[in-house]
Structures are given as structure tokens and as C-alpha cells.
Design a protein around this ligand. Sequence first.
Ligand code: IDP
Ligand code: MG
Length: 185
Amino acid sequence: MIERTLVLLKPDAVQRALVGEIIHRFERAGLKIVGLKMIWVTEEFARKHYPEDLIPIIGRKTLEDWKELGISAEESPEELGKRAHEDLIRFTTEAPVIAMVLEGVHAVKIVRKMVGHTSPHKAEPGTIRGDYSTISMGYATKRGFGGRNLIHASGTPEEAEHEIELWFSPNEIYDYPTVHEKHVK
Ligand code: IDP
Ligand code: MG
């Protein structure tokens, strides 16, 4: 049940100087940082992290928001998804990101809970997206600037394994003891 998960502090978090605040929350919860680096990714790399499979998912997220806001869509879900996906790739490469691997009991689920809903307008107070951001995914697509929601966290243990392999080489991940571990081992 001890898992590892990939977390990215996206360009908006880095540019808004929220890196320390956000990392502090994970440390305080008892999650162990086993890998950490700053990296300015290329467009090609961003497309590996956010592959085209995401297009229909993103299209649906925009449409869901627009429906609730009473905005009618002229483009198809696929067209909307494609456009928002390009915005997302541009956003991911506009400044460096902080990439980290966090380890802990149920780390994947715990980190997702701390991160909150994809769309900051639905993220609960107390979550990272809920406390530090305000937009909706529908708004992001309307403005064409990508889903600025501060942070990425792997969705499942399988996704985590794949994403950690993409972002980190094995010698960038460290095994060392922390004081927290005596409480959970
Ligand atoms: P997640 O980050 O909460 O797992 P995903 O559905 O995997 O959400 O989407 C990946 C990222 O794509 C989101 O974090 C967000 O930055 C961006 N995104 C998702 N939906 C939209 C959208 O409708 N418009 C613009 N960007 C979006
Ligand atoms: Mg996701």
C-alpha cells in the first residue's frame, strides 16, 4: 500500500511563486519527497505527458462547464477538445515546472484528494486548487489559455508508474529514511 505518485507544479504555480507553499502541504501531511527537479519541457515532451487520448476528456470537461454556465457550444466535443489540448500544451511549456515523486501510504489517492477537482471553481476550500486558484475549465477554453490549475497529480497507481518513468530516471529517485516512517511502518 506504500505508493509513489508523480506531482508537477505547473508553470502557473512556479510563476506565482507558490512552489514552497504547495510543497509544504505535502511534507506536512507526511508524504516523502523521493525525487525533485525543475525542468522546462519541450513541446514534444509535453505531448508525451498529455497525449491525444486526453482530447475527448478535455472536450467533455469544457462542455460540462459550459452547460452549467448556459453557454452553447458551436464546435463539436472533439473540436473543442483539440483546441483546449493545444492550449494545454502551450501552457505546459510556457515556463519551467517543478516535478516530484512523492511516496507514502495510499500516496496516489491522498495526493489527488489534497489537489482537488480539476476545475478550480469546483475544487473545495482546503484543497490546493481550491485555495489558490479561481478559474473553471470552461473559462480556460473560452479564453484559450489552457487549464491553469496549478498542479498535476497521477490519477491511478498505473498512471503513476508510467508518469514517473517518463519524468525521472531511476538514479534521480532516492531511498532514505524519514522520521514519519516510524509512525506508519
Ligand atoms: P486532472 O489534471 O485533474 O487529472 P485531466 O482530465 O487529466 O485532469 O486533464 C489534464 C489537464 O488538462 C488538467 O489538469 C487541466 O490543466 C487541463 N484541462 C482539462 N480539461 C480542460 C478544459 O476543458 N479546458 C482547458 N484545459 C483543460
Ligand atoms: Mg489526469
